[in-house]
Design a protein around this ligand. Structure first.
Ligand code: CIR
Length: 257
């Protein structure tokens, strides 16, 4: 029987020392962040995921954002080398967890850098964001690992936000949710594109699970737009995690067994 696995990691008590690129630092209430993360996990369970919970890492402020540490495809997993040096040791525990599900594991090596938040998988295409975290060397290593399995890489320049998935995510059914101010929409030609409402530039981060969409309640106008288009929205309070520049996709590594 197939399962949808979601690997997660508890909020670090040091989250208020997280990396920040586009946001000014504002105090994070760790207890509230923990509560919001628990709500996120409950939501994943409601949507049928088998949730793996890795313990909190007091030394690794950003470790709750597991999405950045690996890319798990059906045939193999690629362990990332995060662009931010403070995040590099996050990968060890994730590699061990992923190894329970994938026999074939490759690793991005120096001088390559790659954050999982920069890799959007749609069918056999991996859209890879060239960002402050992911460099062309990391991208070509990824390409050499996945090409033999029939995947194609399409590079997309990311400007104005942290990761590719801050600017565009997959809603299922050949549709993407996109902020065309932050990525070149023509790179996603052939896919149906839903643009975020202009007053909510950060609203493109959505986590689609079988026709359901896990979404932050910080973007009510875009949420309404998606509801009108028939998406089943599951909105969550993510405010504390958003102060750390996290969104709904970053909190898990989701794949099928
Ligand atoms: C960082 O800057 O790395 C973290 N504070 C936020 C990472 C968010 N991850 C994601 O969007 N995939």
């Amino acid at each position: 029987m197939q399962h949808r696995i979601a690997i997660t990691r508890a909020v670090s008590p040091a989250i208020d020392r997280c990396e920040l690129t586009h946001l000014a630092r504002s105090p994070i209430d760790v207890e509230r962040a923990v509560g919001q993360h628990e709500g996120y996990i409950r939501c994943l369970r409601v949507l049928g995921c088998v949730v793996v919970q890795l313990p909190a890492e007091p030394q690794l402020p950003d470790s709750v954002f597991v999405e950045d540490t690996a890319i798990v495809l059906d045939e193999l997993a690629v362990i990332c080398r995060p662009g931010a040096e403070s995040r590099r040791s996050e990968t060890a525990a994730v590699r061990a967890a992923v190894a329970q599900y994938r026999a074939e594991i490759r690793t991005i090596e120096s001088p390559g850098t790659l954050d999982g938040g920069d890799c959007l998988v749609i069918g056999r295409t991996l859209f890879v964001g060239i960002s402050t975290r992911t460099n062309p060397e990391g991208t070509s290593q990824l390409e050499s690992y996945v090409e033999p399995f029939g995947y194609k890489i399409r590079q997309v320049l990311v400007e104005g936000c942290l990761h590719l998935k801050s600017a565009v995510t997959y809603l299922g059914n050949e549709s993407v949710l996109i902020n065309p101010e932050w990525v070149d929409a023509s790179k996603f030609e052939g896919l149906h594109q839903v643009s975020v409402v202009g007053s909510e530039p950060a609203a493109a981060n959505a986590l689609a699970v079988e026709g359901n969409v896990v979404y932050s309640d910080s973007y009510p106008a875009t949420r309404q737009l998606l509801e009108k288009r028939g998406y089943e929205m599951h909105t969550l309070d993510m405010s504390e995690l958003e102060k750390a520049e996290g969104g709904v996709t970053c909190g898990c590594l989701m794949f099928e067994t």
